[in-house]
Design a binder for this molecule. Structure first.
Ligand SMILES: NC(=O)c1ccc[n+]([C@@H]2O[C@H](COP(=O)([O-])OP(=O)(O)OC[C@H]3O[C@@H](n4cnc5c(N)ncnc54)[C@H](OP(=O)(O)O)[C@@H]3O)[C@@H](O)[C@H]2O)c1
Length: 270
Protein backbone atom coordinates (compact mmCIF):
# COMPACT_ATOMS: atom_id res chain seq x y z
CA UNK A 1 0.00 0.00 0.00
CA UNK A 2 1.33 3.45 -0.88
CA UNK A 3 0.39 6.62 0.90
CA UNK A 4 0.72 10.35 0.38
CA UNK A 5 2.99 12.13 2.87
CA UNK A 6 3.34 15.72 3.94
CA UNK A 7 5.84 16.13 1.13
CA UNK A 8 3.21 15.07 -1.42
CA UNK A 9 5.23 12.11 -2.69
CA UNK A 10 4.50 8.42 -2.27
CA UNK A 11 6.42 6.09 0.02
CA UNK A 12 8.61 3.45 -1.57
CA UNK A 13 10.17 0.30 -0.19
CA UNK A 14 12.74 1.79 2.18
CA UNK A 15 12.75 0.75 5.86
CA UNK A 16 10.20 2.44 8.09
CA UNK A 17 10.81 3.85 11.57
CA UNK A 18 8.41 5.35 14.11
CA UNK A 19 9.61 7.95 16.64
CA UNK A 20 7.43 9.40 19.40
CA UNK A 21 8.16 12.84 20.82
CA UNK A 22 9.98 13.78 17.64
CA UNK A 23 9.06 17.46 17.32
CA UNK A 24 11.96 18.66 19.49
CA UNK A 25 14.98 17.54 21.49
CA UNK A 26 16.30 13.99 21.60
CA UNK A 27 13.38 12.51 19.63
CA UNK A 28 13.83 14.96 16.81
CA UNK A 29 17.56 14.23 16.72
CA UNK A 30 16.84 10.49 16.69
CA UNK A 31 14.42 10.96 13.79
CA UNK A 32 17.15 12.91 11.97
CA UNK A 33 19.63 10.06 12.58
CA UNK A 34 17.14 7.56 11.14
CA UNK A 35 16.35 9.75 8.12
CA UNK A 36 20.06 10.37 7.48
CA UNK A 37 20.59 6.61 7.48
CA UNK A 38 17.89 5.94 4.88
CA UNK A 39 14.74 5.35 6.95
CA UNK A 40 11.36 6.80 6.15
CA UNK A 41 10.05 8.02 9.51
CA UNK A 42 6.63 8.43 11.10
CA UNK A 43 7.08 11.14 13.73
CA UNK A 44 4.57 11.86 16.48
CA UNK A 45 4.03 14.65 18.98
CA UNK A 46 1.13 16.44 20.61
CA UNK A 47 1.42 19.95 19.21
CA UNK A 48 1.00 21.18 15.60
CA UNK A 49 4.77 21.90 15.42
CA UNK A 50 5.19 18.24 14.46
CA UNK A 51 4.30 19.29 10.91
CA UNK A 52 7.13 21.84 10.83
CA UNK A 53 9.49 19.19 12.18
CA UNK A 54 8.41 16.89 9.34
CA UNK A 55 9.16 19.56 6.76
CA UNK A 56 12.62 20.12 8.24
CA UNK A 57 13.41 16.39 8.52
CA UNK A 58 12.30 15.81 4.92
CA UNK A 59 15.47 17.70 3.93
CA UNK A 60 17.35 14.43 4.53
CA UNK A 61 15.62 13.11 1.41
CA UNK A 62 13.41 10.52 3.13
CA UNK A 63 9.64 10.46 3.49
CA UNK A 64 8.50 11.88 6.81
CA UNK A 65 4.93 11.30 8.00
CA UNK A 66 3.83 13.58 10.85
CA UNK A 67 1.16 12.45 13.29
CA UNK A 68 -0.26 14.91 15.80
CA UNK A 69 -1.62 12.91 18.74
CA UNK A 70 -1.76 13.24 22.52
CA UNK A 71 0.02 10.06 23.50
CA UNK A 72 -0.90 10.50 27.17
CA UNK A 73 -4.29 9.13 26.10
CA UNK A 74 -5.09 5.64 24.84
CA UNK A 75 -6.97 7.23 21.93
CA UNK A 76 -3.83 9.12 20.93
CA UNK A 77 -1.72 5.95 20.94
CA UNK A 78 -4.39 4.12 18.93
CA UNK A 79 -4.56 6.97 16.40
CA UNK A 80 -0.79 6.84 15.90
CA UNK A 81 -0.83 3.07 15.49
CA UNK A 82 -3.73 3.28 13.02
CA UNK A 83 -1.81 5.80 10.92
CA UNK A 84 1.28 3.55 10.96
CA UNK A 85 -0.82 0.52 10.00
CA UNK A 86 -2.37 2.45 7.10
CA UNK A 87 1.09 2.71 5.55
CA UNK A 88 1.00 -1.08 5.06
CA UNK A 89 4.70 -1.49 5.75
CA UNK A 90 6.55 -3.30 8.54
CA UNK A 91 8.01 -1.10 11.27
CA UNK A 92 11.73 -1.83 11.25
CA UNK A 93 12.63 0.56 14.08
CA UNK A 94 10.37 1.79 16.88
CA UNK A 95 11.62 4.62 19.10
CA UNK A 96 9.51 5.09 22.24
CA UNK A 97 10.83 8.46 23.32
CA UNK A 98 8.01 10.89 24.21
CA UNK A 99 8.31 11.92 27.84
CA UNK A 100 7.82 14.78 30.28
CA UNK A 101 9.05 15.67 33.77
CA UNK A 102 7.42 17.11 36.87
CA UNK A 103 9.54 18.98 39.42
CA UNK A 104 8.89 19.53 43.11
CA UNK A 105 8.15 17.84 46.41
CA UNK A 106 5.49 15.18 45.88
CA UNK A 107 2.95 16.64 48.31
CA UNK A 108 3.19 19.98 46.46
CA UNK A 109 2.99 18.89 42.81
CA UNK A 110 -0.41 18.68 41.09
CA UNK A 111 -1.92 15.20 40.97
CA UNK A 112 -2.99 15.69 37.35
CA UNK A 113 0.62 16.54 36.37
CA UNK A 114 1.99 13.39 38.02
CA UNK A 115 -0.71 11.21 36.46
CA UNK A 116 -0.21 12.72 33.03
CA UNK A 117 3.51 11.95 33.35
CA UNK A 118 2.73 8.34 34.19
CA UNK A 119 0.23 8.13 31.31
CA UNK A 120 2.76 9.44 28.79
CA UNK A 121 6.10 8.09 30.04
CA UNK A 122 4.85 4.68 31.18
CA UNK A 123 1.39 3.82 29.84
CA UNK A 124 1.91 5.01 26.26
CA UNK A 125 5.29 3.22 26.09
CA UNK A 126 3.71 -0.09 27.09
CA UNK A 127 0.65 0.48 24.88
CA UNK A 128 2.52 1.31 21.67
CA UNK A 129 5.16 -1.36 22.31
CA UNK A 130 2.39 -3.94 22.70
CA UNK A 131 0.83 -2.99 19.36
CA UNK A 132 4.05 -2.79 17.33
CA UNK A 133 6.19 -5.52 18.92
CA UNK A 134 3.58 -8.19 18.16
CA UNK A 135 3.91 -7.38 14.46
CA UNK A 136 7.72 -7.31 14.71
CA UNK A 137 7.73 -10.78 16.28
CA UNK A 138 5.38 -12.05 13.57
CA UNK A 139 7.75 -10.58 10.95
CA UNK A 140 10.77 -12.13 12.69
CA UNK A 141 12.66 -8.84 12.93
CA UNK A 142 12.57 -5.39 14.44
CA UNK A 143 14.50 -2.94 16.61
CA UNK A 144 13.04 -1.06 19.57
CA UNK A 145 14.67 1.87 21.37
CA UNK A 146 13.17 3.06 24.66
CA UNK A 147 14.35 6.44 25.94
CA UNK A 148 14.97 5.89 29.62
CA UNK A 149 17.51 8.01 31.56
CA UNK A 150 20.43 7.70 33.93
CA UNK A 151 17.76 8.82 36.42
CA UNK A 152 16.42 5.26 36.12
CA UNK A 153 19.14 3.74 38.30
CA UNK A 154 18.74 5.75 41.51
CA UNK A 155 15.99 7.27 43.64
CA UNK A 156 14.79 10.62 42.22
CA UNK A 157 13.83 13.00 45.03
CA UNK A 158 12.06 16.17 43.78
CA UNK A 159 11.19 14.45 40.51
CA UNK A 160 10.12 11.16 42.04
CA UNK A 161 7.40 10.20 39.56
CA UNK A 162 9.76 11.03 36.68
CA UNK A 163 12.67 8.94 37.94
CA UNK A 164 10.27 6.10 38.78
CA UNK A 165 8.82 6.28 35.25
CA UNK A 166 12.32 6.00 33.78
CA UNK A 167 13.12 3.07 36.09
CA UNK A 168 9.93 1.43 34.81
CA UNK A 169 10.72 1.82 31.11
CA UNK A 170 14.36 0.78 31.62
CA UNK A 171 13.32 -2.37 33.46
CA UNK A 172 10.56 -2.99 30.91
CA UNK A 173 13.05 -2.73 28.04
CA UNK A 174 15.52 -5.09 29.69
CA UNK A 175 12.78 -7.56 30.57
CA UNK A 176 11.16 -7.86 27.16
CA UNK A 177 14.60 -7.86 25.53
CA UNK A 178 15.34 -11.17 27.27
CA UNK A 179 11.91 -12.60 26.39
CA UNK A 180 12.33 -11.71 22.73
CA UNK A 181 15.94 -12.78 22.31
CA UNK A 182 15.11 -15.64 19.91
CA UNK A 183 12.52 -13.74 17.85
CA UNK A 184 14.74 -11.44 15.78
CA UNK A 185 13.51 -8.41 17.76
CA UNK A 186 16.01 -6.42 19.83
CA UNK A 187 15.18 -3.93 22.58
CA UNK A 188 17.60 -1.20 23.66
CA UNK A 189 17.36 1.24 26.56
CA UNK A 190 18.76 4.69 25.81
CA UNK A 191 19.99 6.36 29.01
CA UNK A 192 20.80 10.04 28.47
CA UNK A 193 22.09 12.34 31.19
CA UNK A 194 21.12 16.02 31.32
CA UNK A 195 20.64 17.09 27.70
CA UNK A 196 20.01 20.54 26.20
CA UNK A 197 16.33 20.34 25.17
CA UNK A 198 13.00 21.91 26.16
CA UNK A 199 12.64 19.21 28.82
CA UNK A 200 13.83 21.24 31.83
CA UNK A 201 11.74 24.33 31.12
CA UNK A 202 8.65 22.20 30.45
CA UNK A 203 9.21 20.32 33.69
CA UNK A 204 9.69 23.62 35.56
CA UNK A 205 13.20 22.55 36.58
CA UNK A 206 14.92 25.84 35.72
CA UNK A 207 15.56 26.57 39.40
CA UNK A 208 17.28 23.27 40.14
CA UNK A 209 21.07 22.69 40.03
CA UNK A 210 20.65 20.06 37.30
CA UNK A 211 18.44 22.46 35.34
CA UNK A 212 21.20 25.09 35.46
CA UNK A 213 24.16 22.75 34.82
CA UNK A 214 25.97 22.22 31.51
CA UNK A 215 24.22 19.67 29.35
CA UNK A 216 24.91 17.34 26.46
CA UNK A 217 23.94 18.12 22.88
CA UNK A 218 20.82 16.19 21.80
CA UNK A 219 22.54 15.30 18.52
CA UNK A 220 25.37 13.52 20.35
CA UNK A 221 22.86 11.65 22.52
CA UNK A 222 20.86 10.62 19.45
CA UNK A 223 23.97 9.40 17.64
CA UNK A 224 24.83 7.15 20.60
CA UNK A 225 21.21 5.97 20.72
CA UNK A 226 21.03 5.24 17.00
CA UNK A 227 24.28 3.27 17.03
CA UNK A 228 23.19 1.21 20.05
CA UNK A 229 19.80 0.56 18.42
CA UNK A 230 21.38 -0.64 15.19
CA UNK A 231 23.89 -2.78 17.09
CA UNK A 232 21.02 -4.30 19.13
CA UNK A 233 22.71 -3.42 22.44
CA UNK A 234 20.85 -3.87 25.72
CA UNK A 235 21.46 -0.29 26.83
CA UNK A 236 23.64 2.73 26.28
CA UNK A 237 24.52 5.56 28.62
CA UNK A 238 24.61 8.38 26.09
CA UNK A 239 26.55 11.61 26.03
CA UNK A 240 29.41 12.62 28.31
CA UNK A 241 31.72 10.53 30.49
CA UNK A 242 30.12 12.24 33.52
CA UNK A 243 26.88 10.41 32.70
CA UNK A 244 28.62 7.03 32.72
CA UNK A 245 30.13 7.88 36.10
CA UNK A 246 26.75 8.95 37.48
CA UNK A 247 25.06 5.82 36.09
CA UNK A 248 27.74 3.63 37.73
CA UNK A 249 27.35 5.45 41.05
CA UNK A 250 23.55 5.23 40.88
CA UNK A 251 23.71 1.53 40.09
CA UNK A 252 26.19 0.54 42.78
CA UNK A 253 25.56 2.98 45.64
CA UNK A 254 22.96 1.88 48.18
CA UNK A 255 19.75 3.84 47.57
CA UNK A 256 19.92 5.36 51.07
CA UNK A 257 23.26 6.98 50.12
CA UNK A 258 22.28 7.85 46.55
CA UNK A 259 18.99 9.59 47.44
CA UNK A 260 20.47 12.63 49.25
CA UNK A 261 23.16 13.01 46.55
CA UNK A 262 20.46 13.06 43.86
CA UNK A 263 18.39 15.51 45.91
CA UNK A 264 21.25 18.01 45.81
CA UNK A 265 20.92 18.10 42.01
CA UNK A 266 17.14 18.14 41.72
CA UNK A 267 15.87 20.19 44.68
CA UNK A 268 14.23 23.46 43.58
CA UNK A 269 16.18 26.40 45.01
CA UNK A 270 13.16 28.65 45.74
N1 LIG B 1 16.65 16.28 28.32
C1 LIG B 1 17.18 15.49 29.21
O1 LIG B 1 18.04 15.90 30.01
C2 LIG B 1 16.77 14.03 29.26
C3 LIG B 1 17.59 13.15 30.00
C4 LIG B 1 17.23 11.81 30.06
C5 LIG B 1 16.11 11.35 29.40
N2 LIG B 1 15.33 12.23 28.70
C6 LIG B 1 14.13 11.71 28.03
O2 LIG B 1 14.21 11.99 26.66
C7 LIG B 1 12.90 12.00 26.10
C8 LIG B 1 12.77 13.22 25.21
O3 LIG B 1 12.88 14.38 26.01
P1 LIG B 1 13.61 15.71 25.52
O4 LIG B 1 14.67 16.01 26.50
O5 LIG B 1 13.96 15.61 24.10
O6 LIG B 1 12.45 16.77 25.78
P2 LIG B 1 11.59 17.72 24.82
O7 LIG B 1 12.48 18.54 23.94
O8 LIG B 1 10.66 18.42 25.75
O9 LIG B 1 10.78 16.71 23.87
C9 LIG B 1 9.65 16.01 24.33
C10 LIG B 1 8.90 15.47 23.13
O10 LIG B 1 7.77 14.72 23.63
C11 LIG B 1 6.59 15.23 23.03
N3 LIG B 1 5.44 15.13 23.89
C12 LIG B 1 5.25 15.69 25.12
N4 LIG B 1 4.02 15.41 25.57
C13 LIG B 1 3.41 14.65 24.61
C14 LIG B 1 2.14 14.06 24.49
N5 LIG B 1 1.21 14.17 25.47
N6 LIG B 1 1.85 13.37 23.37
C15 LIG B 1 2.76 13.27 22.37
N7 LIG B 1 3.98 13.79 22.44
C16 LIG B 1 4.30 14.48 23.55
C17 LIG B 1 6.89 16.68 22.72
O11 LIG B 1 6.02 17.14 21.71
P3 LIG B 1 4.99 18.39 21.94
O12 LIG B 1 5.84 19.63 21.99
O13 LIG B 1 4.11 18.32 20.77
O14 LIG B 1 4.30 18.15 23.26
C18 LIG B 1 8.34 16.57 22.24
O15 LIG B 1 8.36 16.16 20.90
C19 LIG B 1 11.94 11.97 27.28
O16 LIG B 1 11.44 10.66 27.45
C20 LIG B 1 12.83 12.34 28.46
O17 LIG B 1 12.36 11.77 29.65
C21 LIG B 1 15.64 13.56 28.61
Amino acid sequence: METETNTGTSIGATPLAVVTGASTGIGRALAAQLAEHGFDVVIAAEEPEIHEAADALAEHGQQIVPVQADLSTADGVTALHTRVTELGRPVVALVLNAGIGVSGRFDQTALEDDLRLVDLNVRSTVHLAKLVVRDMVAAGSGKVLVTSSIAAVAPGPYHATYAASKAFVHSFAEGIREELKDTGVTVTSLMPGPTETEFFSRADMGDTPVGQADKDDARDVAKDGYEALMAGKASVVAGSFKNRLQAELGTHLPDALAAPIMARMTKPQQ
